[in-house]
Write a protein that binds this ligand. Structure first.
Ligand SMILES: Cc1cc2nc3c(=O)[nH]c(=O)nc-3n(C[C@H](O)[C@H](O)[C@H](O)COP(=O)(O)OP(=O)(O)OC[C@H]3O[C@@H](n4cnc5c(N)ncnc54)[C@H](O)[C@@H]3O)c2cc1C
Ligand code: SF4
Length: 332
């Protein structure tokens, strides 16, 4: 690990000011950043510790939504009464991620900015456009079992590993950002992560020095919310495929649907194609299969990950069937 300097910020304004140094980075829970620094993949010369900022509150908004401070720990967010009762898909997604100890340290902002789990990204001897732009991608033509089937190009086929972000995409959440000029802006979670294009090392629309201060949830959508995660072992493992679904039905017809996938793309993957196929149709397996087919229409396998196309389709069907059975008709 390289040597670096360190300071702790006590206000959001001081933090964005302190991070304006070219080689500075924020550190929150440190559960991803410190691992990457030890491997010499992230090389900040200065760390601005934002873990003690007063951004841990979860507040009710006048419109019935929630404002989640960026420093809220993943465990606190999952356990919050309003989240458990009105945004179950978010609570389920958080609890499906990492371990209890990690969730106690991991922050809401840090979770959104965690980096991919592509093994070549972590292997500094391998070519990787994300770690070393222009060097090539070892996963295309390499062992790519965990890689993307949607939204990736040939420069990088890594997936975004966050479970939380998939639920936030289904819930139409926004990210609140603060920069050194003290300007606040909001970005939809679905627009926050970028597709790789020719610049896979640029993963989000975050501008240099900008900090995530909060995540904003609109009032919960009607219907039953479910997060289903498929992985190689039952806990402490990243998703091969995951689905966040919200489904409401009236007299057997789907009146409202939200669908987002994890583990299949470089960003949390909201599928409007699936939602369009579901809305106004009978809540039957035939409808779910048509939605899954629409969602996977542009999917491309790279060899070892071909199985994900079928797995994602089946996971969506099962999740939607479960949501309909569990009371998707109970609009709230
Ligand atoms: C063994 C293991 C298993 C895991 N399993 C899962 C899993 O199954 N599912 C899952 O979703 N996650 C999983 N994780 C990832 C974990 O959720 C993330 O490491 C964690 O959420 C990152 O949050 P943090 O606060 O520790 O971020 P840090 O490591 O402190 O920071 C991560 C990045 O975000 C930046 N940053 C942090 N906060 C802000 C902010 N407010 N504004 C701007 N930039 C910021 C930092 O500069 C850094 O670049 C796992 C991690 C480990 C180590
Ligand atoms: S998939 Fe992306 S992260 Fe993995 S080796 Fe290729 S460029 Fe690097």
């Amino acid at each position: 690990m390289r040597s670096f300097t360190y300071e702790r910020a006590m206000t959001a304004e001081a933090a964005v000011d302190a991070v304006s140094r070219a080689d500075a980075k924020f550190i929150s829970g440190g559960t991803n950043l410190l691992d990457l620094m030890k491997l010499d993949i992230e090389k900040p010369g200065h760390l601005v510790d934002i873990s003690r900022l007063p951004l841990r509150d979860i507040e009710e908004l006048p419109d019935g939504g929630l404002r989640i401070g960026a420093q809220t720990a993943n465990s606190d967010l999952a356990a919050h009464t309003r989240v458990r009762t009105r945004y179950e898909v978010l609570s389920q997604a958080l609890l499906a991620g990492a371990s209890g100890q990690l969730r106690n340290k991991a922050s809401t902002g840090g979770n959104l900015l965690q980096r991919t789990r592509c093994p070549y990204f972590y292997d500094t001897a391998a070519d990787c456009n994300k770690r070393n732009p222009g060097s090539g991608c070892s996963a295309v033509g390499g062992f790519n079992r965990i890689h993307a089937i949607l939204g990736a190009g040939t420069s990088c086929i890594a997936t975004n590993p966050s479970d939380m972000a998939v639920a936030l995409a289904a819930l139409d959440a926004e990210v609140e950002l603060l920069d050194a000029e003290q300007t606040v802006r909001r970005v939809a979670v679905t627009d926050f992560h970028r597709l790789p294009g020719d610049t896979p090392h640029i993963e989000t629309v975050l501008r240099p020095g900008e900090m995530i201060t909060a995540v904003l949830l609109p009032p919960p959508p009607p219907g039953r919310q479910i997060y289903r995660k498929v992985r190689d072992r039952a806990s402490y493992e990243f998703a091969l495929v995951s689905v966040a679904a919200v489904l409401s039905t009236e007299h057997g017809t789907i009146s409202h649907a939200r669908v987002a996938f994890g583990g299949v793309a470089p960003k949390p993957w909201r599928s409007v194609e699936a939602e369009d196929e579901l809305t106004g149709r009978p809540a039957t397996m035939a409808t779910y299969r048509a939605a899954a087919e629409a969602a996977m229409r542009d999917a491309v396998g790279r060899g070892h990950n071909d199985f994900k196309i079928d797995l994602a389709a089946r996971t969506l069907c099962r999740t939607l069937a479960q949501a309909a059975r569990a009371g998707g008709g109970d609009a709230r």
